[in-house]
Design a protein around this ligand. Sequence first.
Ligand code: MG
Length: 238
Amino acid sequence: MEVRKAIESFLQKQSYPEFRPRAVFFDMDGVLYDSMPAHAKAWVEALKAEGVSFSEYQAYLNEGRTGHGTIDDVFVKQKGREATEEEKQRIYKRKSEIFDGQGEAGTVADIEQVMACVSQAGWLAYLVTGSGQPSLLDRLEHSFPGMFVQKRMVTAFDVKFGKPHPEPYLMALQKSGLKPWEVFVVENAPLGVKSAKAAGLFVFAVNTGVLRREDLYEAGADVVLDNMKELATVMKAL
Ligand code: MG
């Protein structure tokens, strides 16, 4: 089985003794909530209002960065300078308003099957997100009752660097008190995959958006899957 091979190669590369999951680190956008189309649209419009052109595909490629990080990145590329604090706040506020104006994003298809696997296996779920979007963070308990509690969350409010830096996943690892071979990550974005790999973790990338599978393998994903149903099937066999 391809997954088994990926695990063997991961253990060998990292010199870890075994793969024995006790927790799952979940990214939020594009993994728990089908919020990426709305995020992408909001980024395109908020940046356009500042005279900065940005495509939806770019929004998907940048997914996982903090809002301010995304703004700085595009400003450096197009204006040759970082954004001022005022610009960052104005753009991010506008982006959040446009995002919220599009109504509630649903959960990702079949994510409940994945959560059922987590519960059945007795694993703990952690949230590791670059998002600071209150409209989604506040809904977690409603959408996934009992799965995500504050002490098992790393969000935009906790980190200094954000993805693709390993910091968010290292922070989650530290909170969990677990070894890196006792957790695995579920991501959908290249920068999120890079962050988790830099933290030395095993990553299932689920391609829930518009990217090419290669974008996720090139970022270092151990296994790329097409949907949550596939992930649930694979998780049952771990
Ligand atoms: Mg994501």
